[in-house]
Design a protein around this ligand. Structure first.
Ligand code: FAD
Length: 317
């Protein structure tokens, strides 16, 4: 079933989760171990992130450096298929522009279609780890809206090969990312929203947000979206703070703020167990307010560690 159908049929705020493909060497059981403890809360759908290959430079003879790919994770598509097969729950694969030509994208979409996967979260992907800049593949997409456009074309039976006649139209429900605290590359919020609207105007059916720890940021973002004429469902993305280190790593990686009240409480903690309790309680209060404001769904970035999300879900669902 499509994400939008889940949202439409829901009688109350839904619970959904996002997991990461494990690093190379782990088995599919590591995915099940991350999902099993959350099954009692009946996730409506499960997102699976996509990760580009990472590279290291290895020293070779005569001072030469060889660029070697490492940490390629198992395929997002195969994990989605395994989840749907085992749990009979809809899986939402993330598909990115980075590292994909349009042909690669089309092939991935064809595979998803053949597997009966009806949802996809369309993203640009992050820039290069060293330079920070995003460089599209030759004949790839530069921005998320172009990827949305390609998926919409396939939904209309238009493939890259224009000699194909009577090609099967896919029927993907398309999600895109939104940033309550602005995407870090955007010059200002208004411009970022303009590009978000472009993704929706080109055919995206719903938005999932970056994590945030201050609900006001989400409510302001939602209001600004509506004022801009963005009328699709907006799903809040949430992640509880679990370690002291995350006080600096989350803002650095995700370009988000941690409210002073939360950071003050975390800094008083004697160990990470205490930090987790503070983070969990904060997230429960955040979620209660979001539910009271009738958000369609609470989407948890579990980072494949289910216990904090389980504790929060237990208090809410
Ligand atoms: P875009 O919508 O393309 O926007 C990127 C930047 O370009 C923004 O600053 C925007 O304002 C600007 N922009 C957009 N269109 C244009 C245009 N036409 N002209 C000029 N500027 C433009 N990354 C992964 O690698 N794998 C994942 O699985 C993954 N999952 C994610 C899930 C969620 C819910 C979120 C919020 C993020 C996820 N990311 C993931 C991270 C994401 O790939 C990065 O945040 C990336 O930097 C931006 O992706 P986007 O799709 O929002 O990009």
């Amino acid at each position: 079933m499509k994400v939008t159908e889940h949202l439409k049929n829901a009688k109350k705020t839904l619970f959904t989760i996002e997991i990461l493909p494990p690093v190379k060497g782990k088995s599919i059981q590591s995915i099940y171990d991350a999902i099993d403890p959350l099954m009692e809360f009946k996730p409506a759908f499960i997102d699976v992130t996509y990760h580009r290959e990472e590279y290291v430079y290895k020293k070779r003879e005569r001072g030469l450096l060889e660029k070697v790919a490492y940490r390629k994770r198992p395929s997002t598509i195969s994990i989605c298929a395994a989840i749907m097969n085992k749990y009979k729950i809809d899986a939402v694969p993330h598909l990115i522009c980075g590292g994909f030509s349009k042909e690669d994208t089309e092939n991935a979409l064809i595979d998803l279609n053949f597997l009966g996967i009806e949802n996809v979260l369309a993203l640009r992907g992050d820039g290069d780890k060293v330079t920070g800049s995003f460089i599209p593949e030759p004949n790839g997409h530069r921005y998320g809206d172009e990827l949305v456009q390609q998926i919409v074309c396939m939904n209309n039976g238009v493939y890259l090969d224009d000699e194909l006649v009577d090609a099967h139209p896919s029927s993907f429900c398309i999600g895109v990312a939104g940033y309550p605290e602005k995407h870090f590359e955007a010059p200002n919020m208004k411009t970022d929203l303009k590009f978000l609207k472009a993704k929706v105007d080109k055919g995206a059916h719903y938005i999932v947000t970056q994590m945030f720890f201050d609900n006001k940021k989400f409510f302001d973002f939602e209001k600004a979206c509506r004022e801009m004429g963005i009328n699709v469902p907006i799903i809040p993305g949430l992640k509880p703070l679990t370690t002291l280190k995350q006080l600096t790593t989350l803002p650095k990686i995700f370009h988000i703020d941690i409210p002073e009240e939360l950071s003050d409480e975390v800094l008083k903690c004697k160990n990470n167990e205490a930090v987790r309790q503070v983070g969990t309680e904060w997230m429960i209060q955040q979620c209660k307010e979001l539910i009271a404001r009738k958000v369609p769904c609470l989407h948890f970035y579990t980072m494949s560690s289910s216990e904090p999300t389980r504790q929060i879900a237990e208090a809410l669902f």
